[in-house]
Design a protein around this ligand. Structure first.
Ligand code: FE2
Ligand code: FE2
Length: 475
């Protein structure tokens, strides 16, 4: 059975546009992984009872009309393997192999590095599903509940995407890694997920919006660097994943928008900053959540200098964000970059070779993107006539990875000693009281068209449906 170029045959057990039917060995390997994935989904996926959900399913990778929307009974969702179209004549865009044709197979000398990069990316995808497992129980509206499910099934599909690469290109050890991706679990004490932020709980919906804004956005930037890879199947896989990620970014951005909007409304209505008695989330608490999610997400970019990252770039495995738009030689052998550092006990910058400073380059791009969210939320406050503003904390604040891990700094960037940090921590990060208060607001709303009191309704529905549409149906 063949598929037409760019379209997907849903009659197959594993929908795909990689001609799986013509590779029996690979097909059998993936079909034996599939029940393990479904078992993981039952154990670790959304715990909310439901009958069906109005979901987007990828049906093509073409630019227009790639997705189909319909009510889907969840275990029957068709997770598939989709790579963007091959770009004829594509060449390596950077590093020592610049200008050479891209690779259709994994070069022996880069095998373990490429496998490692794919495993790290793959590990984050199921981790976020695990972190969000119980959130559906307290969704503020059917619209929000549907978006949670959508993100969860797509993170599941991203796991499929990485597992396909491991099975198709890395033989026995790739298959072992694919198994291990289902064995590690977010927050587990004996087999945790690889990266710290993916072991943090996502206890409530404010945390979910912040996570999809700040932590999913790290994913967007990592995928952007892998999209430049000389290993073409990885590049094409990540390009298609980025298309799906856009919706996850949207959920985070507009989710925080809607909390800020409701908070501003209640502040005006009751003429007070402390809107807790009126069922709203005070700006102070929003700021502390923001401080937390931003700082743990900065850690995901790794240390300021890294010889591994320099080697990945030189080898052509992982590029920079928007590599083709950079106006330099794309080799960086003689360039320098300023990176974060601690000088005389204070946050500062030092110049290092650009190749070893590539983590900082990516973090800087990320930071710029985060600033656009802050500008949006502050515009909402301004338009509502509220004077207070939200801000990103200093990059040295609450860091556990990189140059700033060894110091304590306030959100303003002032260095403080251990004792001050411990004493004032709850002014800057969500403490027990904040978490308990936000948890107290988390009551599920399941009637179409209704919404919880701490968040404003969205401006538009999904796929031109009204907000009051029955996005999720219950048995
Ligand atoms: Fe993802
Ligand atoms: Fe995502």
């Amino acid at each position: 059975m063949t598929t037409m170029a760019g379209s997907i045959d849903y009659g197959e057990r594993i929908p795909n546009n990689v001609d799986l039917a013509h590779d029996r060995r690979l097909q059998r390997a993936l079909e034996s992984w599939q029940p393990k994935f479904l078992h993981w989904w039952q154990e670790m996926g959304p715990a909310t009872p439901h009958r069906d959900v109005y979901l987007r399913t990828a049906v093509s990778v073409g630019r227009d009309g790639w997705a189909h929307f319909d009510h889907v009974v969840l275990p029957e969702y068709r997770w598939g393997i989709f790579l963007s179209e091959r770009e004829p004549g594509r060449t390596v865009g950077f590093g020592a192999h610049q200008g050479e044709p891209v690779w259709e197979q994994v070069p022996g000398e880069y095998r373990s590095e490429l496998r490692r990069l794919i495993v790290i990316q793959g590990d984050t995808e199921p981790a976020s599903v695990e972190q969000q497992r119980h959130l559906g129980m307290t969704a503020p509206s059917l619209y929000d509940l549907r978006n949670l499910f959508q993100i969860n099934v797509e993170e599941g599909r991203h796991l499929w995407a990485m597992v396909y690469l491991l099975h198709a290109y890395f033989g026995r050890d790739g298959r072992d890694e694919a198994e291990a991706l289902l064995m590690r679990n977010s927050g587990s004490s004996d087999a945790p997920r690889i990266l710290g932020a993916f072991n943090e709980p996502t206890p409530d919906w404010l945390a979910f919006y912040m996570f999809t804004y700040f932590t999913d956005r790290d994913g967007k930037f990592q995928l952007g660097t892998l999209k430049e890879s000389a290993f073409d199947p990885l590049s094409r896989t990540c390009e298609f994943m980025l298309r799906e990620e856009a919706h996850h970014m949207f959920v985070g951005t507009t989710g925080v928008d809607r909390v800020v909007e409701r908070t501003a409304q209640l502040m005006r209505e009751h003429d007070t900053d402390d809107i807790r008695a009126h069922g709203g989330i005070p700006l102070d608490i929003i700021q502390r959540y923001l401080n937390f999610h931003f700082s743990v997400s900065l850690d995901l970019f790794g240390g300021e200098t890294s010889s591994n990252v320099a080697a990945y770039y030189t080898a052509g495995l992982k590029g920079r964000w928007q590599e083709p738009r950079r106006k330099d030689d794309h080799r960086l052998v003689d360039s320098l970059i300023a990176v974060d550092s601690v000088v005389d006990g204070r946050p500062s910058m030092v110049e290092v070779p650009a190749l070893t400073g590539l983590n900082q380059d990516l973090r800087r791009e990320y930071l710029r993107d985060c600033n656009s969210g802050l500008a949006r939320w502050n515009r909402i406050l301004e338009e509502a006539g509220v004077e207070r503003r939200l801000s990103l904390p200093h990059q040295a604040f609450n860091r556990h990875v990189g140059a700033f891990a060894g110091i304590h700094a306030t959100p303003a960037g002032e260095v403080v000693d251990d004792e001050t940090w411990e004493r004032r921590r709850d002014e800057w990060l969500p403490g027990r009281a904040d978490l308990d208060f936000v948890a107290s607001l988390m009551q599920p709303v399941h009637e179409p068209g209704r919404i919880a009191g701490w968040v404003a309704p969205p401006k538009v529905g999904i796929n031109d449906q009204p907000f009051a549409y029955e996005y999720v149906r219950f048995a």
